[in-house]
Design a protein. Structure first.
Length: 257
């Protein structure tokens, strides 16, 4: 019997909760890390629907060490359930070709594993969150790493802080490539800059792969950046959570669930 799972993925600015009842993702919720009261409350709320089975597990993946300790403390306090740590207790089931000293974010590995498990072929995973990562997984399911760039909000903040005449801007998809105002020019530069980076890197990765890889996008800004973008084949908001479930249950390697 497949155990129920509360998957908690802690990012730099947000924490995502995913409640799996067996193979099915019942709910997915995102809470800002700045509101830790809400984070603590969501631990109980997300766990409640899957707790009846008696064999529900809690798994945590994280890119923020300080936040991890606080969340584990809350899980112990509110649920009294042992926490499974990604990579520490269970390695992500993905091959790796990296420099020996490389330290890779757990979210990148989870995204890669989930993407390859479904596609079963060379693929590129674009995660558009606090940072934008563009990673390559080859046709044998080996994670090679990729590129890391600033995310939308970091770019917006950097322009506003570093250039006296540039205003603070709330990001929206530009109505056209040519910005006819400063605000629209900033939006256009960031929007098409990220898209151009994805296109350029994917083309280089395709040379390594020998064929054009499937491109999967995830992250909080994926829909804004890549909706209707021909370079992106799929947008999967819960890719990291699916990678956590895969880590618990083991890969199916592209059998097309």
């Amino acid at each position: 019997m497949t155990p129920n799972l509360l998957a908690i993925c802690i990012g730099n600015t947000r924490t995502r909760f995913g409640a799996f009842a067996g193979d099915r993702l019942e709910q997915s919720v995102i809470v800002p890390n700045s509101n830790f009261t809400a984070v603590g409350g969501e631990i109980e709320r997300s766990y409640r629907p899957i707790a009846d089975s008696g064999d529900a597990l809690v798994m945590i993946a994280s890119t923020s060490a300080p936040m991890t300790g606080r969340v584990i403390e809350q899980v112990n306090k509110r649920l009294g359930v042992k926490v499974i740590r990604v990579e520490q207790d269970m390695p992500v089931p993905i091959g790796r070709q990296l420099d020996p000293e490389a330290i890779v974010g757990e979210d990148r590995l989870l995204n890669a594993a989930a993407a390859y498990d479904v596609m079963g072929q060379a693929c590129v995973v674009v995660d558009a969150g606090t940072a934008v990562t563009i990673d390559f997984i080859d046709g044998t399911g080996t994670f090679h790493g990729g590129a890391i760039a600033p995310g939308i909000q970091i770019m917006l903040d950097g322009l506003a802080d570093g250039a006296a005449q540039l205003p603070e801007v709330e990001m929206e998809a530009p109505s056209e490539p040519i910005g006819h105002s400063t605000v629209e020019a900033i939006r256009s530069g960031i929007f098409y800059g990220v898209r151009g980076m994805v296109r350029e890197l994917t083309e280089h990765y395709a040379e390594v792969a020998g064929s054009f890889p499937v491109v999967i996008a995830t992250g909080g800004d994926a829909d804004l950046l890549f909706k209707d973008f021909e370079m992106v084949d799929r947008i999967v908001p819960d890719l990291t959570l699916l990678g956590m479930r895969l880590t618990l249950l083991g890969p199916t390697r592209g059998k097309g669930r």
